[in-house]
Design a binder for this molecule. Structure first.
Ligand SMILES: *Cc1c(COP(=O)(O)O)cnc(C)c1O
Length: 350
């Protein structure tokens, strides 16, 4: 009955991925598998003395200042928010009007079109080529207000060629969003170009390499002209005081981020070989997750793994990703556990 009151553009909208996670090993969300950032405990202890009766600063200026120092930019290049998901939502609210069209590659992060949709926009997908690289000319030839992509790309795990992304930014006439949720794992970042290209918005998160997904902290880096528009759209106070304090501390703890990057770089080939040995086809990864094509139906594989206590993500129902799964690359122990459980599942297959 109430469905009829729903905005027509939302018809068919479903809930986001929401698995049973009790007691499961989570290799499904590409977080830092070293365990929570060690700054978390110290900061939480410290926060006990915080006056939680007071609002945070409306625009999280302490964190913006810390980010400005970190990147040698000024505070007015940054918007901080409740996860980079909130930042993506702010971007569409700021620059996309009802009915306007957004251009994005396919496959890409599933929440990009979700945020376009809940904000009343439409989108046009331009398929990646067979190496999962951007078709730059086709993207530039597609009508639209904005362009959005992520590199390294989720779920394919490869990075796009730097020159391709830069050409899109240079030649596209509206805002271009480069989602760098996995930027810490990659050598290439577009953040140094935000002053040169005044249509470029880079987003980053504390959820992946920084190991603070539960705190919900993300940010954008863009020219102050774009940033000032986004700040006006952002819900004041959206980032709570505890999260802000934790992000500032995490930014200083370089060891933890460097550790996960080196663990992932050491483990990637071993996981790849283990999967290939069992008949998977793996795809190149430049981040902390890997996409692989399963030798057995992927939906069945992931649900049997789930019964054995390990979660990885099934992408098999997506066009062009038939029987593909995505797994986080973790510590040696976790990767061995995953390989062992897959081996069990395959040996029990009838
Ligand atoms: C995980 C992820 C995000 C979301 O990050 P949060 O900061 O946790 O909201 C954004 N983009 C991509 C591509 C991601 O994989």
């Amino acid at each position: 009955m109430s469905e009829q009151w729903m905005r027509p553009s939302l018809k068919g909208l479903s809930l986001y991925y929401n698995p049973e996670i009790e007691e499961k090993v989570r290799m499904d969300t590409s977080t830092n598998l070293l365990g929570a950032n060690p700054v978390a405990e110290e900061v939480l202890e410290d926060c006990k003395k915080m006056d939680l009766n007071q609002y945070p600063r409306p625009y999280s200026d302490d964190l913006r200042k810390a980010l400005a120092d970190f990147y040698s930019l000024s505070l007015d290049h940054f918007v901080a928010g409740n996860g980079s998901d909130e930042i993506l939502d702010i971007i569409f609210k700021s620059f996309m009007d009802y009915g306007e069209r957004i251009v994005m590659p396919y496959p890409t992060y599933s929440l990009h079109d979700y945020f376009v949709r809940i904000n009343g926009g439409t989108w046009e997908l331009v398929d990646l080529d067979q190496d999962y690289q951007l078709r730059v000319d086709e993207m530039l030839d597609t009508e639209g207000k904005m362009l959005i992509l992520c590199t390294p790309n989720n779920p394919t795990a490869n990075s796009f060629r730097k020159g391709d992304v830069e050409r899109l930014v240079r030649e596209w006439e509206g805002p271009v969003v480069v989602d760098e949720a996995y930027g810490e794992f990659s050598e290439c970042s577009f953040i140094p170009l935000v002053d040169e290209y005044r249509n470029l918005i880079v987003t980053r998160t504390f959820s992946k390499a920084y190991g603070l997904a539960g705190m919900r902290i993300g940010y954008s880096v863009a020219h102050p002209d774009l940033t000032s528009i986004m700040l006006r759209v952002r819900i004041p106070y959206s980032l709570d005081r505890v999260s802000e304090r934790m992000a500032i501390a995490a930014l200083k703890n370089r060891d933890y981020v460097e550790e996960i990057v080196s663990v992932v770089n050491r483990e990637r080939d071993r996981l790849k070989e283990g999967l290939e040995f069992m008949g998977f086809h793996t795809y190149p990864s430049s981040t902390n997750f890997m996409m692989a094509r399963s030798p057995v139906p992927s939906g069945e594989l992931t649900s049997r793994l789930e019964e054995k206590g390990v979660l990885i993500r099934d992408f098999g129902d997506k066009r062009g990703l038939e029987n593909c799964v995505r797994t986080t690359i973790g510590t040696p122990e976790l990767n061995s556990l995953l390989l062992e459980k897959i081996e069990e599942v395959l040996s029990e297959w009838e």
